[in-house]
Design a protein. Structure first.
Length: 433
């Protein structure tokens, strides 16, 4: 990467406007690079960065900045983040890739590069709602120009952001079902990822929508089939996402033992080394479990996991406070709770609740109430404050549409109908709002 960085240091964006066309043989080389990069991505191959850097060097040395080279610049942007933790540099090279795209007619490459830029690079610095809009625009462009398979990649990320950011699950379930029908027709690899998202949605809602029925055995009958297929084909990205789906589902169900097992399996894979959108939530949820476990059994290892999560989330927070503020406040509240600093913990719980509410994350608001209630029940002789927190958490989960999660909370804390407000899911949070 050092050689590529040195060569790129003399590059100026103005060069794109001066030189773009080269002979067919140069374009053929880049087409070969692109096909090879696509093949190595799902394998989480260690050769993927090398291929990207060689492609970037070839572009700079030949002064060729056609649309094909936008793949090289976009990948270089991402590997600045992966290998150097250089998020500012990543944003710079992503901007260069977008400049290249703007100089050429749209194609399937346009759609794929927008997916890389907005789904893998800018996601760390741009509010996720805006990221989702950019990805949805890329999806619509792909469908308009007939790049149907390529357009499924940004659509896949739209569904993932909507789920992880707490959009209403009832409405999201309806839109994802329609997405799956399209993906069954145009892009089965994307369909495998989104059907795993649908399983998470179903578990949170407490239903079984039977999403595999759409595929008529083309991807298997359950997530075990997907995982077995991923292992057989060495598709570590899909395998890692399968474990992460189980980790998140176990977390929301309160099954922290299983969550930790799935998380360790996921982190043992090569794909775990690359920061992805889902890495945010793995870090966040695992940190919460770590602090909770520390209070339960005084585990220094678990406390270390919690502190490490604070360090990571705080680092990401500097690039996008909107995306990370409520998460950071809640992790810090759990740290103070572990140290039995009651007043500091309460203040940080309340800050997390306010931030989640201000940014439209009803699920994180509920989570903050739930963890605050857990803490108060362990340090206070008056259970009414803890019970009130659980009632408010339950209300948030109902508004989210997570009726399954709400039922688990109600059963665990014996909330009766008089305790629980009559709350209905809001239609405010549209999928592509």
């Amino acid at each position: 990467m050092a050689a590529t960085t040195r060569l790129a240091s003399g590059f100026r964006v103005e060069q794109i406007r001066k030189v773009q066309s080269r002979g067919r043989h140069v374009r053929n080389v880049f087409q070969l690079f692109i096909r090879t990069i696509v093949a190595t991505f799902s394998l989480s191959s260690p050769y993927l960065p090398c291929l990207s850097f060689v492609m970037m060097q070839y572009s700079l040395q030949n002064e060729f900045y056609g649309i094909e080279t936008s793949v090289a610049f976009a990948n270089f942007a991402y590997f600045n983040i992966v290998m150097k933790q250089d998020y500012i540099g990543g944003q710079h090279w992503a901007t260069v890739a977008l400049e290249i795209l703007n100089q050429a007619p749209p194609s399937s490459i346009t759609v794929r590069v927008n997916w890389i830029i907005h789904g893998l690079v800018m996601v760390w610095s741009v509010p996720l709602k805006e990221t989702k809009r950019k990805l949805f625009d890329a999806y619509q462009l792909g469908m308009k120009i007939g790049a149907f398979s390529a357009s499924m990649y940004p659509l896949c990320f739209c569904s993932r952001i909507a789920l992880l950011e707490g959009e209403n699950l009832t409405l999201l379930s309806q839109s994802v079902t329609l997405d799956l029908k399209m993906m069954a027709k145009y892009n089965l690899p994307c369909a495998k990822l989104v059907v795993l998202d649908m399983l998470m949605i179903d578990e949170l809602r407490g239903i079984d929508s039977k999403p595999f029925y759409i595929f008529k055995d083309s991807i298997g009958n359950d997530d075990k089939d997907i995982m077995n297929n991923a292992q057989m084909n060495h598709d570590y990205y899909l395998l890692g996402y399968s474990y992460q789906r189980r980790f998140i589902s176990a977390f929301w169900a309160g099954d922290y033992d299983s969550a930790e097992i799935y998380c360790r399996s996921m982190l043992s894979l090569p794909s775990a080394k690359a920061p992805l959108l889902q890495s945010i939530y793995t870090t966040f949820y695992r940190g919460l479990i770590g602090f909770l476990r520390h209070r339960e059994c005084q585990s220094e290892e678990q406390y270390g996991i919690g502190l490490d999560s604070i360090v990571k989330i705080e680092f990401w927070w500097q690039f996008s406070p909107t995306n990370f503020e409520s998460k950071l406040f809640l992790l810090k509240a759990e740290n103070e709770a572990s140290l039995l600093n009651v007043d500091k913990a309460r203040s940080l719980y309340e800050a997390s609740i306010k931030s989640a509410s201000d940014n439209g994350r009803i699920h994180e608001k509920g989570l903050a109430y739930e963890f605050m209630g857990n803490f108060l029940s362990s340090v206070s002789n008056d259970p009414s404050g803890a019970r009130e927190c659980m009632k408010l958490a339950h209300s948030c989960y109902l508004q989210w549409g997570a009726f399954g999660k709400a039922a688990i909370l109600s059963m665990k804390h014996e909330l009766n109908e008089a305790d629980v407000p009559n709350t209905y899911p809001s239609s405010k949070h549209g999928r592509h709002e």
